[in-house]
Design a protein around this ligand. Structure first.
Ligand code: FMN
Length: 174
């Protein structure tokens, strides 16, 4: 169980939250790859209750930066979902739309790493303020923001990146 191998595990290990970006622009084809990976994410009963807004214009980026620096990333993705479009489990009424949105988020951060882009998942934002700034998101709950761009020369993983539960703590074989 301790031995890890394979390109995917390498990718998962190399990914880190990047909070310093270079001025190198993210091209449309590069962004398209990340968005395609996000679009392909699975969802409960395939109901796809998630929408992604890609902030790429200087005007939109300036708007989002009024409520969060987003580490001055050249691209910000806003991920939202509609509970009304998600699957609700009949036995207990649990709605899966928010979980579907986090799966999209997971695809985003890994696809960004695969494209050698830096990315940070940002949950510490005020959804009311972001929704005010972007009326396009009306009717959606906001799940997360994603700062995306090429890492600066000095970008490095934070100390937290290296802290993970041991396999023994994390997994139980039964
Ligand atoms: C759901 C979620 C919310 C997060 N919110 C923030 C955030 O608001 N600001 C931030 O700088 N990092 C945020 N992060 C990044 C985490 O701090 C980071 O993933 C964690 O410390 C592990 O570091 P690593 O991503 O470099 O491996 C968030 C990550 C997740 C998964």
């Amino acid at each position: 169980m301790n031995k890890v191998a394979g390109e995917f595990v390498e990718l998962a290990g190399k990914r880190f939250s990047c909070r310093e970006f270079s001025h190198r622009p993210v091209t449309s084809p590069e962004l398209a790859k990340v968005l395609e990976a996000a679009r392909l994410a699975p969802s409960a009963k395939n109901q796809q209750p998630v929408h992604v807004w890609a902030l790429t214009s200087e005007e939109a980026l300036a708007r989002i930066r009024t409520v969060h620096t987003m580490f001055n990333a050249p691209v910000v993705l806003v991920v939202g979902y509609k509970e009304s479009e998600g699957w609700t489990r009949s036995c207990d009424g649990k709605n899966w739309a928010e979980i579907d949105a986090t799966i999209v988020g997971t695809h985003i951060i890994l696809a960004a790493a695969d494209a050698d882009l830096g990315c940070t998942w940002v949950g510490s934002f005020d959804p009311v303020k972001v929704k005010e700034l972007f009326p396009e998101t009306d009717g959606y709950e906001l799940s997360a923001l994603f700062a995306i761009g090429y890492p600066s020369a000095t970008a490095a993983p934070s100390e937290r990146h290296f802290i993970r539960k041991s396999m023994e703590e994390f997994t139980t074989e039964i």
